[in-house]
Design a protein around this ligand. Structure first.
Ligand code: NDP
Length: 326
């Protein structure tokens, strides 16, 4: 079987954000039903190295069996070189024969699928009357989150804040959103009147404080995917009704969860539900307009597998990509 190669432009064209939101909702529900499975990711993080490598395998049993593996290198110094910090490939394997069906650009998949999952969370958990949006960070995820958030609530305004004002200005200027995007002078200014807040930074210490959050706000906490960094302060996590992509991942990998747990502020019981449980009706989402909801995103291998399957199908329909015999 030839292997189909799909590059960055193919992925961007064949995985529009609105389609990806539905693909992610289906994948998270499939994980909850037991139709998909994944172990914890494996991370190679040499002490002296400039970056790390993460291996994220997953399996889908039905309707068609498939294996996926994202091999992703994360190099925080890359944006200064004009490169995406996330580099790598998603490999898609035939679930009956093990043949390699496709190899796909992981930077583009990661950018799109992460924001699409936050859109699923926001659609489920944010107040219906949410009109103000705040984005902390102005990198790859900030850009894709602006696009994704616009799909799930009729926002009237957005504020972006990051350390380097010129980067926030560039993001605000190029945002193709149906609402205006302003640059805020501080994280607090961005967040104060926001109903939905997305944290998408590589910050190591909290950049979001409970005291700044409006009643009934929803937070998508996306930026920290490792145990040693966090974006949210302990007070936010303790006050929030907490939703996650996967419990097992959260209690092993999420600094946003592990720091407040070490301080004795929360325990694993603090997690209300996985998104898949809310999607399948096994758990409740928001229960009152005044509730503070947090979705802690870590990123799951099943999301990459589902994105790759969808892209493979769409490429087959349209003749996109390049076939090679490996
Ligand atoms: P980028 O490097 O493109 O952007 C990072 C942004 O964070 C920049 O705007 C940078 O600001 C800002 N930043 C860094 N440090 C601070 C700080 N101390 N305070 C405020 N802002 C800060 O990264 P990505 O957008 O690709 O990824 C962002 C984060 O999301 C990463 O930590 C990544 O690991 C995580 N991630 C999570 C995923 C998930 O599934 N949950 C998937 C993919 C990524 P400035 O421009 O001013 O330097």
């Amino acid at each position: 079987m030839p292997t189909l190669l799909l590059g960055e432009a193919d992925v961007a064209r064949l995985l529009p954000m609105d389609e990806c939101v539905e693909v992610m909702a289906e994948a998270l529900a499939a994980l909850e039903r037991g139709d998909m499975e994944q172990p914890l990711r494996f991370v190679v993080r040499p002490a002296e190295a400039a970056g790390l490598m993460g291996l994220m395998p997953a399996y889908r049993a039905r309707p068609e069996a498939a294996y996926g593996l994202k091999a992703v290198c994360v190099f925080p110094g890359n944006p200064a070189r004009g490169l995406d910090a996330h580099q790598g490939a998603v490999l898609l394997f035939d679930g009956e024969t093990g043949e390699l069906s496709a190899a796909l650009n992981a930077s583009a998949i990661t950018a799109i699928r992460t924001a699409a999952v936050s859109a699923v969370a926001t659609r489920l958990l944010a107040r219906e009357d949410a009109r103000g949006l705040a984005i902390l960070g102005a990198g790859v995820q900030a850009r894709s989150h602006l696009e994704a958030m616009a799909l799930v609530r009729p926002f009237e305004r957005a504020r972006v804040w990051t350390r380097t004002p010129e980067r926030a200005q560039a993001l605000a200027a190029e945002a193709g959103t149906p609402f205006p995007v302003e640059v805020a002078g501080s994280a607090e200014e961005a967040v104060r009147d926001a109903d939905v807040v997305c944290t998408t930074t590589t910050a190591r210490e909290p950049i979001l404080r409970r005291a700044w959050l409006r009643e009934g706000a929803h937070v998508n906490a996306v930026g920290s995917s490792i145990p040693t960094t966090r974006e949210l302060d302990t007070e936010t996590m303790a006050a929030a009704t907490l939703f996650v992509d996967r419990r097992e991942s959260t209690v092993n990998e999420a600094g946003d969860f592990l720091f407040p747990q070490r301080e004795g502020a929360i325990s694993p019981d603090h997690i209300r539900a996985e998104l898949g449980e809310v999607l399948t009706g096994r758990a409740e989402g928001r229960t009152s307009p005044g509730e503070l909801t947090v979705f802690k995103s870590l990123g799951l291998a099943v999301e990459d597998l589902a994105a790759a399957e969808h892209l493979y199908r769409r490429a087959r329909e349209t003749g996109a990509g390049t076939e090679v015999d490996l």
